[in-house]
Design a protein. Structure first.
Length: 180
């Protein structure tokens, strides 16, 4: 849904990532709401060592943007595609991802699209969960997803998501158990 750019925050003199809603979605109010919900969900988790930190949100030329921590070590998907991953490394990544998801679930947030491409690696090869674009805040009074709507990446959907039913914390954990 968005384009991500590396940038420099000139006020604080640090490198950041800026995610801007893709131009093709700029006029779609549902997409704009979903994009802003991503920022709010991730911001509720800012400060957790295994979740990408959100620094700022706003709009530029009618397109919402999110300024976040730049995690530039690639993704778990990149590492898997590049060859074998040591067992100890994989277990550490699973543990860090589980810690991030536990923190999200404790705050009533279900990610709903946990996959290797959404697990960023930093210079120490620590995981930072990102892309809360289709996250659901469980205590929200109304959702943006209609019953029967399937959101997520096909190969990583839990059975209830694939069936168009509501996602829960168990849906996120399903991914980890499936790939452990």
């Amino acid at each position: 849904m968005g384009d991500v750019f590396a940038a420099t925050d000139s006020e604080l003199d640090r490198r950041v990532a800026v995610k801007v809603l893709a131009e093709r979605y700029a006029d779609d109010e549902s997409c704009r709401k979903r994009f802003k919900r991503e920022a709010l969900a991730a911001a509720r988790l800012s400060g957790h060592p295994h979740v990408v930190t959100i620094y700022d949100v706003g709009d530029v030329e009618e397109r919402p943007f999110i300024v976040m921590e730049l995690v530039d070590g690639g993704t778990v998907a990149d590492r898997i595609a590049g060859g074998s991953v040591r067992r100890g490394e994989a277990l550490r990544w699973l543990e860090q991802t589980a810690e991030a998801l536990d923190a999200a679930h404790a705050k009533g947030i279900v990610h709903r699209d946990v996959k290797p491409a959404n697990l960023l690696l930093d210079a120490r090869d620590d995981v930072h969960v990102t892309d809360f674009g289709i996250a659901r805040v469980l205590d929200a009074s109304g959702g943006l997803t209609e019953t029967g709507t399937v959101l997520g990446t096909a190969g990583y959907l839990s059975p209830e998501q694939a069936g168009g039913k509501g996602a829960s914390a168990t849906s996120d954990i399903y991914y980890l158990r499936l790939n452990a």
